[in-house]
Design a protein around this ligand. Sequence first.
Ligand code: NI
Length: 227
Amino acid sequence: MMVRVERVLDEAQVLELRRLIESGEWVDGNETSGHQSRSAKRNRQLRQGSQAEKTAGRMVLDALGHAPEFIAAALPLKVFPPLFNRYEGGEAFGAHVDNSIRRLEGTDFRIRSDLSATLFLAEPDSYEGGELVIEDLFGEHRVKLPAGDLVLYPASSVHRVTPVTSGVRLGSFFWLQSMVRDPGEREQLYRLDRTVRVLSAERGPTDDAVLQLTNLYHNLMRRWADA
Ligand code: NI
């Protein structure tokens, strides 16, 4: 399941975040690469563990906490601290897979990466190329979203970023472990949740059918979720 979450950050927040990361120290993006992705990756990344990165990462996490659509779709259990990357001058990230287990350097924090997320921080018309291309059995999905929007996609997919031939592509990316490990179960919960919200807006939260469906949602969560 691929989900677009609109306006995780508003315009002012995007500007503030951009100011913060643009003043930070950018290093070779291969600092965080797994063995396989190393050869495919050509970009830069805000230095991991730097003050700018930590502050910007907290801003992203805070915004995610206020994005109900993100919570409903991801059902996050543990979120890896957000990283920031930039592509320019033909830089790209060839087809690769994300590591299944991510450990935070120097800590015992680790997650199973169920979902990958990219939060776009540059307007699509400010750079050429830089599409996130995600493969599934249907084919390829090309994603390039307005600044402040986020795409959530299966960490199990092969994906790539096409060369940025003009302008600068800035983004934040991270992985998360979901409370619901199985992607099929997670998708059904998300669809049910969306339907309950529509019905609840029409009939009110105390309507009997809304109440029964809400109960069903939570009982499925009890069966499928780890907390
Ligand atoms: Ni990746």
